[in-house]
Design a protein. Structure first.
Length: 481
């Protein structure tokens, strides 16, 4: 840019010289008369004074280097800068963008940002120091220094050469020619330090001051957003802590009767077969007094012991996983075993408490099987959650079916769970795996969060895709065994 300025001035001198020679050649007869010569020089000097600024600007624009216009063209206009400034939602990207825009405006890296320490570091000590952002060896200004006190009283900015010697000395190490304070929440939270090495600041001062105010607005918006997120996280942490305490109490109270049930079922296993044989013998002796029990019911009774033990074990596994997830811990992989996806699906379908006509809506197509390392009862519980949600969706939509299928890949295996019921709205879709998020009045928001944590504990994951009114598809991913 400096080169363009020198070239424009040279062209301006050449133009006035050629104009002078042209006029001299036209008036060559009388130009040497003293009166005419005095008048001529007075008029020519007046012409130079009147036309210099406009002609100089015209030359700069012709060279594509007008100090204001060129800077604006390079960044697409100040309006675009401000629009983009207000798009950022985190401090680091906002600062990088601001630094880039200022460098472009000034035709080089002539701008620095001093930011309050509490924005750059997790500092709760109440320190009011200002740090130079982006520097490997951050320079510091203490809040009690004269420079900051002076800046607070100069909201439109100030030239370093015009400020008191004490202030200029404190700013000397920053190589700043001009300083603009930036306010957020009615307090000065940053300083824009400008080095005018290119000589363009005089014409950019208004723009830079406006830019600094907009940066303060963007900074305040981000601070407010961070505060809102912090409050949400705090509320979520309190809710999680309360739930963890409640869950631990419930788990303790539930484990005692579950242990009793499991111990008692040993007696059933020992004596039930003999009781069934005795009943069959009694029926043969006196059919009227001991009516025949259907064979399928007797077979169900025979399996009562193993089935109850399996249900107790599953309940204990679920309690363990809930407590581990609430304490932000992972399952111990040492307790994992090799599980079959097909067996888990069949067990879930067999044990789920379907209501009338619901089972017919579930279509299972497991032509291929694969194994994974995990806990089969926990995957069964994941399928229980998906079945419950899918059946609710079908009931609400008044239509649809459920499909389960398996796909084997080179790097991962997949269990596909899809229903053709209500579907999920696009704005809700990213939130469904969040803890405590639910769209149902009687929901807890724990089911799908549990599913995701379980799959991740197995080294896999769960993804969802949906189209409102058409389908919802859950893809359960498993690592290769």
């Amino acid at each position: 840019m400096q080169k363009s300025i020198y070239l424009a001035k040279s062209l301006l001198i050449l133009s006035y010289s050629l104009l002078f020679l042209l006029i001299v050649s036209i008036f060559s007869i009388s130009v040497w008369e003293p009166l005419f010569q005095a008048s001529f020089f007075i008029l020519f000097i007046a012409l130079i004074g009147l036309s210099y600024e406009s002609l100089y600007s015209a030359f700069l624009q012709a060279l594509g280097s007008s100090r204001v216009d060129s800077a604006l063209r390079r960044i697409g206009g100040v309006a675009d800068i401000i629009d983009n400034l207000h798009e950022y939602t985190d401090l680091e990207t906002l600062l990088r963008y601001t630094q880039s825009c200022l460098a472009t405006l000034l035709g080089g890296g002539g701008a620095k940002l001093l930011l309050a320490r509490n924005y750059l570091e997790a500092d709760d000590s109440g320190s009011a120091e200002f740090l130079l952002w982006g520097s490997k060896n951050p320079q510091i200004l203490n809040a009690k220094c004269a420079a900051l006190s002076y800046a607070i009283n100069a909201p439109e900015g100030f030239l370093v050469r015009d400020c008191p010697e004490e202030v200029a000395a404190e700013l000397q190490s920053f190589d700043a020619d001009f300083v603009i304070p930036i306010f957020c929440r009615a307090k000065m939270q940053a300083l824009l330090l400008i080095s005018d090495s290119t000589g363009v600041f005089a014409e950019l001062r208004t723009i830079l001051t406006f830019f600094a105010r907009q940066f303060g607005i963007a900074l305040e918006r981000i601070v407010n957003e961070q505060g809102r997120r912090a409050r949400q996280e705090h509320a979520f942490a309190e809710k999680t802590a309360a739930l963890a305490m409640l869950s631990a109490t419930i788990a303790h109270e539930m484990r005692t009767p579950l242990s009793g049930v499991r111990a008692s079922i040993g007696g059933v296993d020992s004596y039930l077969p003999e009781l069934i044989n005795a009943y069959e013998f009694a029926h043969e002796q006196d059919a009227d007094r001991f009516p025949m029990i259907r064979k399928d019911l007797l077979e169900t009774l025979t399996d009562t012991g193993p089935r109850i033990r399996s249900m107790v074990d599953q309940a204990n596994h679920v309690i363990d996983l809930l407590l581990i997830n609430l304490n932000d811990k992972r399952l111990d992989s040492a307790n994992y075993s090799t599980c079959s996806v097909r067996d888990c699906v069949e067990e879930a379908i067999a044990q789920y408490p379907f209501r009338r006509f619901e089972r017919e809506k579930v279509h299972v197509k497991i032509d291929k099987d694969f194994e994974f390392q995990g806990v089969s009862s926990l995957l069964v519980y994941v399928l229980f959650n998906l079945l419950k949600n899918a059946l609710y969706s079908l009931e609400s939509a008044g239509k649809g079916v459920i499909h389960l299928d398996v796909e084997k890949g080179e790097h991962r295996n997949y269990l596909i769970f899809e229903d053709t019921g209500l579907g999920i709205a696009e704005d809700v879709l990213p939130l469904i795996f969040d803890g405590f998020f639910t769209t149902r009045s009687n929901g807890t928001g724990a089911g799908l969060a549990f599913c995701k944590r379980t799959l991740r504990s197995f080294g896999g994951d769960i993804r969802v895709s949906s189209k409102l009114g058409q389908f919802t598809r859950f893809t359960l991913e498993f690592p290769l065994d």
